[in-house]
Ligand binder design. Structure first.
Ligand code: NAD
Length: 252
């Protein structure tokens, strides 16, 4: 039925929406009735995501070019959102992320900086920019969902930059939750293990075989299995979940 679902009438802003977990999340949020702004540095990927989302008469899904590493790009994304929808989104999903793997002793400073800049500072800048708009517009019941990682929680060989960025995302989430409660903005993060996406396609088979042995369910997760948890955290069904990290790891 048009507009039915736990997110009916809501507007969602998803970064990294052109691939993997972000794309799956857009589809699930839309299935639950939200209108979705699919934002990604790769505009074609974002367009492909939007083109595959079924649309009801009450929904409007929009692809948007966004570089979360650039404050000006995030401001432009907010401006475009306000022009198109006349309100800021009440659901923000920070799924944009990159890896630049190497052993600590060999990692270039550029690769360290780039990963921190996109995964951690990008998440911070999106939250800061959009939350100010949410508060200014008096939007109620907003929910922000960030993406951490098992690498941030346990560490991972070859990912000193990535694991530091994701541990940072968890700390940022908890602090944002402490500051935003009074505005009625909930902030949580999901902590995926190994999820089959283009990001993990790059992992050598030898490493994948080792990792899968550590997963109790004996398989990698699907992006939709993360998206379903994100949709729960976005909805009022999780109205008392705030400052939490939800593991989606298949039991690591
Ligand atoms: P993915 O590579 O499939 O998708 C990432 C998307 O982010 C891409 O569409 C890419 O274009 C976009 N992106 C990259 N840099 C950007 C920027 N500067 N601005 C805007 N968009 C940008 O990866 P994924 O597996 O879907 O990962 C999504 C999130 O989940 C990431 O934050 C990742 O770190 C996290 N994560 C993934 C896994 C996994 O196993 N796949 C595990 C834990 C956490």
């Amino acid at each position: 039925m048009a507009g039915a679902g736990t997110l009916a009438g809501k507007l969602a802003f998803v970064t990294g929406a052109g691939s993997g977990i972000g794309r799956a999340t857009c589809r699930i949020l839309a299935r639950e009735g939200a209108s979705v702004i699919a934002a990604d540095k790769n505009l074609n990927g974002a367009k492909d995501t939007v083109s595959t989302i079924p649309r009801t008469t009450n929904q409007d899904h929009v692809p948007l070019e966004l570089d979360v590493g650039e404050a000006s790009s995030i401001k432009s994304a907010l401006k475009a959102t306000l022009e198109h929808f006349s309100k800021p989104p009440s659901i923000i999903v920070n799924s944009a992320g990159i890896t630049r793997d190497n052993f600590l002793l060999k990692l270039s400073h550029t690769d360290f900086d780039d990963v921190i800049n996109i995964n951690l500072k990008g998440t911070f800048m999106v939250i800061q920019t959009f939350s100010n708009a949410i508060i200014d517009h008096g939007i109620e019941g907003a929910s922000i969902i960030n993406i951490a990682s098992t690498s941030g929680k346990y560490g991972n060989v070859g990912q000193v930059n990535y694991s530091a960025s994701k541990a940072g995302v968890e700390g940022l989430t908890k602090t944002a939750a402490k500051e935003f409660g009074k505005f009625g903005i909930r902030v949580n993060c999901v902590l995926p293990g190994m999820i089959a996406t283009p990001m993990t396609d790059a992992v050598p088979d030898k490493v994948k075989d080792k990792v899968v042995k550590l997963i109790s369910l004996g398989r990698f997760g699907k992006p939709e299995e993360v998206g379903e948890v994100i949709a729960f955290l976005a909805s009022d069904r999780s109205s008392y979940v705030h400052g939490a990290t939800v593991d989606v790891t298949g039991g690591v």
